[in-house]
Design a protein around this ligand. Structure first.
Ligand SMILES: Nc1ncnc2c1ncn2[C@@H]1O[C@H](COP(=O)(O)OP(=O)(O)OP(=O)(O)O)[C@@H](O)[C@H]1O
Length: 752
């Protein structure tokens, strides 16, 4: 009785406190709204200078407002009671009263770390950790971990992992949610690890690798805001569906400064499709392909096989192989990329041809040197024969043209691939009209690196852009000098310091620039790169990513056992050694938060029986169902699926269901299911919110569903491009229930 009374009093207290936090949030919002309106009212009057200052203020207030709006749901989720008697609230952002009394600490601040790390053995000064469970703005419940047992007497309710289990048991929505309220200690250690160097996070299915990667990006942006706002963070994921699945997590954490891309979008201007032929992906991903591209470029710097006659304004000159070879050597000696070194090649040969022309004219006129050299030089430069000859020997090239010709013309390919077998060359050959694939992107990038800017005018554009940028920066500095004036004019007194505006201007400019330039500038250097499902990357894809971050500051998350790409990694050592030698750190995640124990264990037994080395994380909860196996006659798989589908939908009661099958079956199964269930069947990246998805194992990578029906699991194991990693991925997608339908053999281990 007494206990219930205490619990109610605690709940009432928290309700009061949380209501106060929301009042403060609303106040800040109203303040920003008001400031924004004032700035806008001031809008169209004044000098250009004042107008651009107003724009800067307006966008700063808009940004802050957007952040305050984004954190409304589950604004606060924790409280720490510390040895000194302080009660510290932990939430999505930091909040203080108008006179700077702290109300709530940002989860990423050092003062919040104990919320995730304190244990009964190592309390870190924490007596009690409290989870606040909110529904909308209302506190619905509290859960306590009492770490200092002397407190148990005054608060009777010790509840352990309720908040975590509630989060794990909730229905899936097709979008990943943030986990700020329930980050576990082993995850927190990784999220807060220092930024420099390469950190590899290895973990089995469902251990929270993706969640950790996203929260780490948010943590690094918070902790190293200055540096990362100007350089940007790049997050690389496996597929459009996956990007769609995770796209809301960072905004919900109040962060928008991360550039997200699949491997097909890492080269500006190229929107590549996945490479479906594993053998092709494997050959194109080999490190030796860097030499192939280099050779292809060198082969486009040609020497004539015999002297060539060139007509210049009625006079015939001779260009010799020796002259071309010398010019080529000089151009190569500049060390510049192909298109830029071409200027040297052209200059050397134009000079030699001009001299030859002068000598020829002198000899034919027999007189002394009266000819104007500059006039002759122009004659040489504008001669069609000369231009054709120079281009023949050293053509300006785009990456697309070089790689397209390399991979579609057998003679070019053979010349660039000594040591390759005919079978390997056949795999490299492509139709020049076919779309670029993810496996081509690193080759194009390698080519861009070796070719450089296409022509001098492109260089001029860049110089103009640089000048414009310098002018913008000078302008911004002038704006800052006028900041006090501006504050008075806008009637905003002391609300924003000059430093705030300076910071904001800089961060805003660079944030926009990071996103914009990442889309248009291949040479943009990111401050940090997070790679998810990193086990799938080929050596050439790693090479590309390393170029995008010269500081080599990476968070690499993945699971070697889930590798399905033939070009992917067999070990982290093998994947990273060429780029980071042994300067990378390994962290492991060991608890599976997604898959119920019975399903997780069946997946591990299957993997072990198939010879796959897996790290077998421990499942955090038991499920209601062991995997269900239906044996059917050949040809009856789809009719059987249609019969049991409703039952599966009922079992996950309003949750999401995926049907996973080998790629060659997907279209047929999707059509059959859509005929029965119509609009409820989703397809493509946007379809994951629908309650039924029909997908192949590659697309399933990184995703999760309440229930999964797996058709013909044996087909994922061996034939038709399947790998045991594919089956392991497919089996570990459900959060509740797994059903297998097979006419063929059920892979060993699944049935215990
Ligand atoms: N600390 C946590 N609190 C609440 N939910 C969590 C926590 N850690 C992980 N999860 C949940 O567990 C599920 C699996 O996480 P996630 O997708 O990040 O795992 P993963 O290791 O990337 O999996 P896979 O390699 O199989 O794709 C997600 O629903 C995630 O939200």
């Amino acid at each position: 009785m007494q206990e219930a009374h205490t619990a109610q009093a605690e709940l009432d207290h928290e309700r009061g406190y949380v209501a106060g936090l929301y009042r403060r949030l609303d106040e800040l919002r109203a303040e920003k709204q008001e400031q924004l309106a004032k700035v806008r009212r001031g809008g169209a009057v004044g000098s250009m200078q004042n107008m651009s200052e107003r724009d800067a203020f307006a966008s700063m207030y808009e940004d802050r407002l957007a952040q305050l709006n984004a954190v409304d749901a589950r604004l606060v989720f924790g409280r720490l009671d510390l040895d000194g008697g302080e009660a510290r609230y932990i939430g999505r952002i930091g909040l203080s009263t108008a006179d700077m009394q702290r109300l709530m600490v940002d989860w990423r601040a050092p003062e919040a770390a104990a919320f995730y790390q304190a244990t009964a053995f190592d309390r870190l000064g924490v007596r009690r950790r409290r989870h606040l469970i909110l529904n909308g703005r209302e506190v619905r419940g509290i859960e306590d971990d009492v770490l200092d047992t002397s407190m148990l007497t005054d608060s009777g309710h010790l509840q352990g992992e309720g908040a975590l289990l509630a989060a794990l048991n909730s229905k899936r929505t097709g979008h990943m949610s943030d986990i700020v309220g329930t980050i576990q200690a082993e995850q927190d250690r990784i999220i807060r690890a220092p930024m420099p160097g390469v950190l590899v996070v290895q973990g089995g299915p469902g251990t929270g690798k993706t969640a950790v990667a996203l929260h780490r990006a948010a943590y690094l942006l918070y902790t190293h805001r200055e540096r990362l706002k100007s350089a940007g963070v790049l997050l690389v994921g496996p597929s459009n569906s996956f990007m769609h699945y995770i796209e809301r997590v960072l905004p919900s954490l109040g962060e928008t400064g991360v550039v997200m891309a699949t491997l097909g979008r890492l080269m500006p201007g190229i929107n590549a499709v996945p490479e479906t032929d594993q053998a092709v992906a494997e050959v194109k991903g080999r490190p030796v392909m860097a030499d192939v591209v280099a050779r292809a470029v060198a082969n486009r710097q040609r020497v004539l096989v015999e002297p060539r006659k060139l007509k210049v304004d009625g006079t015939t000159l001779t260009l010799t192989p020796r002259q071309v070879a010398r010019a080529r050597d000089k151009a190569r000696a500049t060390g510049k990329p192909h298109n830029e070194a071409r200027a040297t090649f052209v200059k050397v040969l134009l000079r030699e041809l001009t001299e030859q022309l002068m000598e020829t004219l002198e000899q034919s006129s027999g007189a002394g040197n009266t000819t104007d050299r500059s006039y002759l030089a122009e004659d040489v430069r504008s001669s069609r024969d000369v231009r054709v000859a120079l281009n023949l020997c050293w053509m300006p090239l785009t990456p697309e043209k070089l790689i397209s010709e390399l991979l579609s013309r057998p003679d070019h390919l053979a010349a660039a691939t000594p040591g390759f077998t005919e079978a390997e060359r056949a795999l490299l050959l492509r139709d020049p009209q076919a779309p670029w694939t993810e496996a081509d992107v690193p080759l194009l990038d390698e080519a861009a690196e070796l070719l450089g800017e296409l022509d001098a005018s492109a260089g001029r554009d860049k110089a103009q852009q640089d000048q414009q940028r310098a002018r913008d920066v000078a302008n911004a500095e002038q704006s800052l000098k006028n900041v006090d004036q501006m504050l008075r004019e806008a009637g905003i007194d002391g609300m924003v310091s000059a430093e705030d505006l300076a910071d904001h201007n800089r961060s805003r400019e660079t944030r926009l620039t990071a996103a914009e330039r990442a889309a248009t500038d291949r040479t943009w250097a990111f401050g940090h790169i997070v790679v998810d499902e990193a086990q799938e990357l080929s050596a050439m894809q790693w090479r590309l990513l390393m170029r995008r971050c010269p500081l080599k500051s990476f968070t690499v998350v993945g699971d070697i056992a889930q590798t399905s790409s033939a070009a992917g990694a067999h070990s982290w050592q093998q994947a990273l050694e060429p780029f980071a030698q042994d300067r990378w750190r390994l962290e492991e995640l060991t608890v599976n938060y997604r898959t119920p124990a019975q399903i997780a264990e069946a997946s591990v037994r299957m993997a072990v029986a198939a010879g796959l080395v897996v790290s077998a994380p421990k499942a955090v909860r038991d499920g209601r169902w062991a995997p269900i196996v239906d044996r059917v006659d050949d040809g009856a798989q789809v009719p059987h699926l249609l019969r049991v589908l409703q039952q599966e939908l009922d079992a996950v009661a309003g949750g999401l269901l995926a049907i996973i099958a080998a790629e060659h079956r997907v279209a047929e199964v999707r059509a059959a299911v859509a005929q029965r269930f119509g609009e409820r069947v989703g397809s493509g990246a946007g379809g994951l919110g629908q309650d039924i998805s029909v997908i192949g194992p590659k697309e399933a990578k990184g995703l999760e569903f309440d229930g999964v029906v797996l058709l013909e699991p044996g087909e994922l194991l061996d034939g038709l491009g399947g790998k045991v990693g594919d089956l392991y991925v497919a089996m570990t997608r459900p959060t509740q229930r797994l059903r297998l339908i097979a006419a063929g053999d059920i892979p060993a281990g699944i049935e215990g």
